[in-house]
Design a protein around this ligand. Structure first.
Ligand code: FES
Length: 74
């Protein structure tokens, strides 16, 4: 897979992935492939690792990436 994928961290919400990505296990075996999806970062989704909008009813608060906090330590 070589096409560029965009990852956008939404304020008080999920991580939006635009493009196609493989989900792999520890050995690198592809478990599934998804296109244009949102990952949960609040911990309340009933469909992990995907967002099911549960963050909206659980008052999840977390900043989006911005110029001030993005990718520190990467
Ligand atoms: S971020 Fe949406 S359900 Fe967790």
């Amino acid at each position: 897979m070589s096409e560029k994928v965009t990852i956008k961290v939404r304020p008080n919400g999920s991580i939006r992935v635009t493009g196609t990505a493989d989900f792999v296990d520890e050995s690198g075996t592809v478990l599934r492939t998804e296109t244009n999806f949102s990952l949960c970062r609040c911990g309340h989704s009933q469909n992990m690792p995907f967002c099911d909008s549960s963050h909206k009813t659980n008052n999840f608060e977390a900043p989006a990436f911005s110029g001030e906090n993005q990718l520190e330590g990467a």
